[in-house]
Design a protein around this ligand. Structure first.
Ligand code: MLT
Length: 324
């Protein structure tokens, strides 16, 4: 009998804590973990979002870059953080492939997180150093196949979006090249600009400014349709890789057991931020598109994450040999 009373008192205390949790939240700075190095596309998407969400929440949001292992180190940090709404994760499609690529993950991508909502859809671009000897996507493919032992491809580590794109790319052309991992495609881009690496599949959010300034070459984009901000660049599918398509979607998460009133406040702040004209324009200029309000919800993100895990698992099992 005593045990029953103790348990119901405990639940009443938890319920009170949860109901008051939302009352004063947020009353201190919120940290948004980006699981890749600063200066890359995930960092860029997150900083633009943090600015708009900070205005909506009337509270400062700081970005902390925790790179390494394709984003899994940063994701683990958030999974192990206090569920108080003051540590959030901005991650992308990589969160749905980590369990297929890592034998032992220190977290469960679904069970250890509270989904808040999707942020944006985005394209990747096939880019190369500015003196790469190919003037179109067909020549790019032919050169890579003919020189596979000399060409190297940068990525942001196993499980990153650039790694996933590289996996699909190498399996599509049945050619494996050497891959060079970085803590993010921000630092990788520096080496591409310097000619230290040859090619990369990078989010347009990172590559577009260098493409437009002519400092790197671009051959194709990875969405089924061309980008308004790169209208002259063909899609990989139309330029020679039939059916090739990857969209890099970003999303916002909190640690599991974060009280629902706080998740609701964060969801509303996310939806408000994604309607901000300045954010929408900046995303669009980067080749990213803010999602509509009905996708910036915990339910929509859960559906997306589960369907992407189901979609990529069999593909990765088949092409893992190109894991690099
Ligand atoms: C990726 O390849 O996963 C991202 O581009 C990494 C990053 O945002 O730096």
């Amino acid at each position: 009998m005593l045990k029953k009373i103790a348990r119901s008192v405990a639940w009443i205390l938890v319920a009170c804590a949860a109901s008051t949790a939302g009352a004063q939240y947020p009353d201190k700075v919120i940290t948004m973990i980006v699981p890749f190095a600063g200066g890359g596309p995930t960092d860029t998407i997150a900083r633009i979002l943090a600015q708009a969400m900070s205005a909506a929440l009337k509270q400062r949001i700081v970005i902390e870059n925790v790179g390494g292992a394709g984003g899994t180190i940063g994701a683990a940090r958030v999974a192990q953080s206090a569920p108080d709404g003051y540590t959030l994760l901005v991650h992308h499609i990589g969160h749905s492939v980590a369990s297929a690529l890592y034998r032992k993950l220190p977290y469960d991508p679904i069970a250890d997180f509270e989904p808040i909502g999707l942020i944006n859809d985005g394209a990747q671009t096939f880019v190369a150093r500015d003196d790469f000897p190919a003037s179109n996507f067909k020549e790019y493919l032919d050169y890579i196949k003919a020189n596979k032992d000399r060409v190297n491809m940068a990525n942001a580590g196993i499980g990153s979006a650039s790694h996933l794109c590289g996996l699909l790319f190498m399996s599509s052309i049945e050619t494996e090249v050497m891959t060079i991992p970085y803590k993010g495609t921000g630092p990788a881009m520096n080496d591409l600009l310097g000619g230290a690496v040859d090619i990369m599949c990078d989010q347009s959010a990172n590559a577009i400014s260098h493409i437009k300034s002519g400092k790197i070459k671009v051959y194709a984009v990875t969405l089924p349709n061309r980008l308004a901000s790169l209208r002259d660049v063909p899609t990989a599918a139309e330029a020679g890789l039939a059916g090739f398509s990857i969209s890099v979607w970003h999303a916002l998460y909190a640690p599991k057991d974060t009280p629902q009133p706080i998740i609701e406040q964060l969801t509303v702040a996310l939806q408000t931020a994604l309607k901000d004209a300045n954010l929408k324009q900046r995303y669009s200029d980067l080749g990213a598109e803010a999602v509509s309000e009905n996708r910036a919800t915990p339910e929509a993100l859960t559906r997306q994450l589960k369907s992407e895990i189901d979609r990529w698992e069999p593909i990765i099992k088949k092409i893992k040999g190109y894991a690099g």
